[in-house]
Ligand binder design. Structure first.
Ligand code: FES
Length: 174
């Protein structure tokens, strides 16, 4: 007599449905993925929000100098947002300011109204890097393929030149 079709005694005592077990596993996995995905999305959102806040963060304004203290073609170093910065009065009178650390290996950039190697530029002596004075974009040397120098927003207050913020990356100030 075969006992194959008979339900074993242990199964009667401990009813167990393997198919349902698999369904639970899938449900658990779905729940896990949902929680993990939500966590990941929240984390990414937080990083994004933080980076936005960094770009638009209100740094304390810095009084750089008086309007008459910087002649056309001259530059002046100062500090803004905890970083070295450079104020430039271009030959035509326009004022611009940038963070001063070269985007290649952080050597300080200096201003050249014009030079042997070309026209007006912000230059880095470490590896012959050159940046556009209007936009901060790399023109020559390693910076050509790197991000631009970060521009600093300026304001005139009662005859003084004041640095008031970092221009968000990718934004051009006229
Ligand atoms: S550090 Fe400026 S070009 Fe290399």
């Amino acid at each position: 007599v075969s006992h194959r079709d008979e339900t074993p005694k242990w199964r009667e005592d401990f009813p167990y449905d393997a198919g349902e077990d698999e369904a639970v596993t899938r449900r658990d996995l779905t729940r896990f993925l949902l929680v993990a995905g939500t966590g990941l999305a929240a984390g990414s959102g937080w990083v994004w929000a933080r980076s936005r806040m960094r770009g638009e963060r209100a740094w304390p304004a810095v009084d750089v100098c008086g309007e008459g203290e910087i002649a056309p073609g001259a530059s002046r170093g100062f500090e803004f947002a905890g970083e070295p910065a450079l104020l430039v009065r271009r030959p035509a009178g326009e004022l611009v300011a940038f963070q001063r650390k070269c985007t290649h290996l952080a050597c300080p950039v200096t201003y050249r109204p014009a030079g042997d190697e070309g026209g007006e530029a912000l230059v880095c002596h470490c590896h012959h890097g050159r940046f556009d004075v209007g936009t901060g974009r790399g023109l020559a040397g390693p910076p050509r393929s790197l991000r631009p120098l970060r521009r600093i927003q300026l304001e005139r207050r009662d005859g003084r030149i004041v640095a008031i913020g970092l221009v968000p990356r990718g934004e051009v100030v006229g």
